[in-house]
Design a protein around this ligand. Structure first.
Ligand code: SF4
Length: 435
């Protein structure tokens, strides 16, 4: 998404960090409980210092929705996160992004026009099959709404497997006819405390044998059409999760939105169980398999833990794979003397290393694994946003239109209703083999 950030008044670029800190703290105190500042795990430390809550994108949106009496949410993250916060918070809450230039390269890789075109081509090529669209949280509100309107759901890197199992079991089919809400026979939002920062993801060493394949009967029955998943926008999360479920790589195709049939022939498309959108995270895709080999050679005994947005080849070589919340939990639970090479955004890794001096924690590679768009949120932009609020002026508000909000909320609600998307991992998957 291309959005324009107005230049800040010059004063904000002339103030020292110390002066900015004093002014931010003062504005924050003035606004009191009316303001909630959210800081994503990948945010720089100077900004995290002022965050009321830190976490991954969905956890933070939920935090925002839980605040009673908050009028303003300042989301120190990227654009799609602020959109999700706007969708999940009550109508009156105003959500702001301190720098409108803070987009997400992955979310920008799938737009609605491309999606509609892809959908039409899939319907035409696979008329006897049911395509269930699933989108990663890291997508625009428009894509989430498309998914909600077409019987699909949102997923996070923590609950991706549960959502894919739900999709392949045909649970989303026809929900629109029943009112657009998931009916999984489990729970809905608000019925139970749902904790998204869990480790129900690719928690086992993925280089071990894949878990048993989801049986064909789970997504094809004599009386129902074959089901395939269209997964947006991160091909790596889709591939890694499907593979861990037992699906071979030759049952997955990549959809390039710039090519007819996404660059596939019709037969391959019909035979695929997963159509993976050709998107990626520009940070996690930097990690390569040889980085794992180098770490193993240079640091005997060091465990390699990576995010599932990394390439499949990297995940195969790692000791463990999981969401940022999973990575944080593994390190927090590890004994003194543990050694980790971590494949995710560098700000989070450096923070973990500082917080756990009793362990050795390094970046998997010095490949500039920095989320440059997230990095645009800095002290000058935060100060400018808050001081405007003190003066009663809302700047950089992120507002999702009513129709998009309605269907995006359906997709998010459906995810919340899917069994296992919020529960903690079974004990057997919670532990890593630590030396
Ligand atoms: S780390 Fe990757 S997926 Fe996350 S916000 Fe940055 S570009 Fe997007």
């Amino acid at each position: 998404m291309k959005v324009w950030q107005q230049p800040l008044p010059q004063i904000y670029n002339q103030l020292s960090d110390a002066e900015l800190r004093v002014r931010i703290a003062s504005a924050k105190e003035t606004l009191g409980d009316r303001l909630v500042i959210l800081g994503h795990h990948y945010q720089q430390d100077a900004v995290i210092e002022f965050a009321d809550f830190t976490g991954d994108s969905f956890e933070l949106s939920r935090r925002a929705a839980e605040q009673k009496g908050a009028e303003y949410v300042v989301f120190c993250g990227v654009h799609f996160m602020a959109e999700s916060a706007d969708i999940l918070t009550p109508e009156g809450v105003r959500v702001m992004l301190p720098d409108l230039g803070a987009g997400c390269s992955m979310a920008d890789m799938a737009n609605l026009d491309q999606t509609l075109d892809c959908w039409a081509q899939l319907q035409e090529t696979c008329p006897d099959q049911t395509v269930v669209p699933i989108t990663y949280m890291n997508s625009s509100a428009a894509i989430k709404a498309f998914v909600g309107e077409h019987d699909g759901a949102v997923c996070t890197s923590s609950n991706c497997r549960n959502v894919l199992e739900w999709a392949l079991a045909g649970a989303g089919r026809g929900e629109r006819d029943r009112g657009g809400r998931g009916d999984t026979g489990t729970r809905g939002r608000g019925e139970e405390e749902v904790h998204y920062a869990d480790d129900r993801a690719l928690t086992a060493p993925v280089s071990a044998s894949p878990r048993p394949r989801v049986p064909a009967s789970a997504h094809t029955t004599p009386n129902s059409p074959r089901i395939k998943v269209l997964f947006f926008p991160d091909q790596h999360l889709g591939r890694n999760t499907a593979y861990s479920m037992g699906f071979p790589l030759d049952k997955m195709v990549v959809w390039d939105p710039n090519l007819d049939l996404g660059g596939n022939d019709a037969r391959r498309l019909r035979e695929a169980d997963f159509v993976l959108w050709k998107g990626h995270c520009s940070v996690h895709q930097l990690f390569r398999p040889e980085h794992v080999e180098q770490v193993r050679a240079q640091h005997p005994g060091m465990k390699v833990i990576v995010h599932p947005e990394c390439r499949w080849e990297v995940v195969q070589k790692a000791d463990a794979t999981g969401s940022t919340a999973f990575i944080v939990k593994q390190i927090e639970a590890a004994p003194a003397g543990s050694k980790w090479a971590v494949g995710t955004e560098v700000h989070l890794i450096n923070r973990l290393a500082r917080e756990h001096p009793e362990q050795q924690i390094i970046v998997l590679s010095e490949c500039q694994c920095l989320c440059t768009t997230m990095y645009r949120i800095d002290l000058p932009h935060l100060c400018w946003t808050l001081e405007n609020l003190v003066q009663g002026k809302v700047v950089n508000q992120i507002k999702v239109d009513a129709q998009t909000r309605k269907w995006a909320l359906v997709a998010l609600d459906r995810m919340l209703a899917i069994k296992g998307t919020g529960s903690r991992a079974p004990a057997k998957t919670a532990a890593l083999p630590l030396d």
